[in-house]
Structure formats: structure tokens, C-alpha cells
Design a protein around this ligand. Sequence first.
Ligand SMILES: C[S@@+](CC[C@H](N)C(=O)[O-])C[C@H]1O[C@@H](n2cnc3c(N)ncnc32)[C@H](O)[C@@H]1O
Length: 253
Amino acid sequence: MLKDTWRIWDNDLKYGDLLFRRATGEAEEMESSKSLCEALKPIYRPGMKVLDVGCGAGHYLLSLRKRLDPKISYTGLDATAYYVSLAQKAFPGVGFVQGDILKLPFWDGAFDLVICNNVILHLPPPPTKAFSELIRVSKKHTVIRTMFGVRNYIIREVGIAEELPGLPENEADLIGPDGEPAMFNYFNLYSERYVRSVVARLSPESRVRIESDTRFQSFDNRKEGGVSGTVVINGQQIAGNVIVDSRFIFIAK
Ligand SMILES: C[S@@+](CC[C@H](N)C(=O)[O-])C[C@H]1O[C@@H](n2cnc3c(N)ncnc32)[C@H](O)[C@@H]1O
């Protein structure tokens, strides 16, 4: 079921447009999509059916074709209808589906490789159901990129009704009458120990490997996006005040 936290993406047309420019090659590839391609090299084999969950405008497909396999068999799924329409426009003939990571519209084991980048951190906790769905529709490999912490942290960025990144302009953005922010985006950090325990419960036979994503170049997005833009300081990515410790989780059945 699509949760309310969902609407932040629906309202964020500008972000979708940026993803579309990435998908068409007009804007630069993301460091994480380049890095994902490197991370996939040891496990990807031509002919594999790949599912990209939370695909946005399908922009990772451009990197996957360029860096991994120009003929890759790719399907993208995203919950935001506008992003899916942009993906279809950028890649006519490729399968893009609107759907929810918590209820994937695919059979068990329908894909050889399921990828999910930068989505888990934004979902309402716990991430167990999302992990369970990703692993369920994968025949063999699931590769998830998300943010880690030394311990588990549930973080909410507030005041993002108009666009990302934003600031709480009024108190209702910060805390509404029910004591909860009207709009927010999760930026949750999970510990390796927790993630391993979730996967062990869901799929005891699977092998799990977790690898830090340190392949990114120095960059500074603050000038493009404002205060929440990402910057690299001493080799460490920082978004706003959050240390972005992104890692790839490789799950093999
Ligand atoms: C931060 S973006 C990441 C996009 C892309 N994977 C990347 O790394 O650039 C998060 C994406 O997840 C999608 N998303 C959020 N909740 C979702 C859900 N419940 N099911 C499917 N997609 C979801 C959003 O629409 C958005 O496109």
C-alpha cells in the first residue's frame, strides 16, 4: 500500500525533471549509477532479466547500457506516476510500471537480478516488507543501495511540501496539529547488524555481502540545490547534516 509519505515524490516535479534530463543524457550521470555498474560487474551475465525498483525516470538504464550491457533486459518500477511517464518518454519500448515496492506486481523469481537504489532509506520503517518483496521477485541476486549507520536511526527531513530541498517555512511544516510534521521525507540509517538480521529472517539460505560505496568523485551540489545539497568533504559524502554512508547490500539466493 502506498503510504502518505509517498506524496513528497508526487509533489516533486522538479526532481522528476532532473531525473529525466539524466535519463536522456542531458544532465550528468549520477555517481551512484556509475558505481552500481561497477558493483554489478562480478555478478551480471548477459541475458539476465533485471528489475530496477524505485527507478525514477529510468536514468540508471542509461548507465547500465553504457557501462554494463547495451542490450540489457531491463524493467523499471516506480510509485510516482509522473516519473514513470518520464521514463517511458526517455526510453520508448522499455517496460516501466507504476507500482509499490511493498507489493510488487511480479511473480516469485521473475527476475534474475533485482536492483533498488536510494529508496529503502526513504520508506517508512521498518524496511522488512520492502526487503521481502525485493528478495521474493528475484530468482538469484538482489542488490540494494542504501544508507547505513553505526546504529539504527529514523530521521525525518521536514518542510518539503513545495520542492526538495526545502526548509520549514512555517510551524505547520515542522509540526502539525497532531504533533506530526505535515510533510516529511525519511532519511533512515540502518546498521549492518540490523540489515543482516532482517535478511536472515526472510531468506535464511541467502548469502549477504555488504560493501561501502566509496567510488564517488568529489562534488558539491549545494550550489544547485540549496542547503540540503550534497557535498563531499574529506572523501565523505554529506547531505545537509547527515553523513551519507551508502553501502551496497548483495543478497544471493
Ligand atoms: C531518491 S529517489 C531514487 C531514484 C533512483 N533509484 C536513484 O537512485 O536516483 C527515490 C525513488 O523511489 C520512489 N519510491 C518511493 N517510495 C516508493 C515505493 N513505495 N514504491 C516504489 N517506488 C517508490 C520515488 O518515486 C523515487 O523515484
